[in-house]
Design a protein. Sequence first.
Lengths: 340, 229
Amino acid sequence: VETSTVLHGRRTSPGRSLIDVVLDKLLIVLSGSILLALIGGYAVLTGFFESFQVQTASTVFVAIVVQALPFLTLGTAVSGAISAFVSPAMLGRLLPAHPGLAVPAAGALGMVLPGCECASVPVARRLIVHGVAPGAALTFMLAAPAINPVVLVATAIAFPGRPVMVLARLVASMLTAVIVGWIWVRRGDDRVLARLAGGGSQHGGHPRGWRQFVEEMRADLMQSGGFLVIGAGMASILNVAIPQSRLSFIAGVPVVSALFLASVAVIIAVCSEADAFIASSLTQFSLTARLAFMVVGPAIDLKLFALQTGTFGGRFSTRFAPLTFLVAVIAAGVTGAVLL
Amino acid sequence: VRRNTQVAVTIGLGLAVGSLLHSGVYLRYVRPQMHPVLVATSVALVAVGVISLVPAPCARRQARAAQHDHSPGHRDGDRHRSRAAWFLVVPILATLVPPPALGASSIGRVAALTPSSTAYAAPLSPGTPALTLSEFATRATYGRSLAGHDVILEGFSSRSASGGWNLTRMVIRCCAADALAIQVHIDNAPDPGVNAWARVTGRWDGDRNLASLAATHVDLIQQPSNPYE
């Protein structure tokens, strides 16, 4: 237990900056009050009159949590299993030693592992703790939910007669994951992740069995789960506040519409297995705008932002989220211009 | 969040998922295909919590655990630092008063489903087949083998923008957050009241632009266990 204490020693860690503390606190206080208002509102208002907005938001909130919880549990189980049974040396053999080469290899690894975006966040954290280059671990985190076989099949079904959408999604999402990974390798400040890597060296590198597996999994699950709830709360409120059916007024404007749908993907926070069906229903938008929606959604949305803040800290998420968003939009735009 | 609280929340979360499954209420939020996955999740969460309760075999760890338990003022290790874990209490409480399935009030919020051009190409089965609203709307849009057939549709009533009422169903692909509405306009029958569930028997009126059914019979029904398509 004592090594884990060091591993997660955020309160006492010197690497924990002021902005980190403020962001964590702000996020928790803000979303806490919103959630309390939501629940209080639901409880009180339903007694007096049917508050449909609040009801719908509560339904969407519970739905996101129920849908994501199994995948988060799986992700924390994988993360706990790596911590308990896999030594950093074993992981080291899986990926090329050079970070620049490890990034595309991690992208390819992400392709074969079907997973939800919620599952890949704790796994990426574990990879970094175990000494995988952060750029490569982040590439894995972006690639795994975006371009696994389940998602590609769902995209093919959602766009019948347009197999080029599947190809475009594959290309644009892989570009996003690899480019973000490379940017992180070249320019990224690994110090914002320092406490994770530092914890890894304390680990001694010895797999420590079932007890460790359960302890790690439970602690990971509590941490990530709490932030999942925060993210789901924010997403459900915005999901209801910004109705999809009233989005069409902007559809005709080329670049703006792509940026707009990309922002919608951040806000409504649906899982990557489902976003293709939403995209296919947004028929008033161009294919490129809808591609941007599908490329941005699995890479960054509100619940992912909350999860990443909880997992890697506010200093990381406030840098990583805008970077990911920007790269994803550009990758989708370029891919769309070439292929669609 | 202290270790004991973590264990309690983990078990509570597992039991909450279990109760949603037991009552069938989980179908208000996700698709039936999620059932085995949610069963596994519920079992895994309870197992992780219960295993955490079993004392570690190593005496040193036991001693340390005892120290934790007997010193409430102690900072309890930063392992258990994150207060975010408390938020998991919210969904546990929400399962005690589970929010309702999406209904007529959510229609303005979600986009409408676009019928796929390739689905439902086979001819209708003889007699009076029960169709999903998606199938009816798709066949109506592409004028596919509906003519001359009586069909049965189930959904809830919602007000139509063009007057009268629609039989409506939400279509979900993953969870209720990605719901799309599918609507069929009902002619020749009075509105059973917003959000009332109905089984409507009738015949396609030949309009390919607006899926609509000339009703011969409307039965009020209970909300089906799976409210979505």
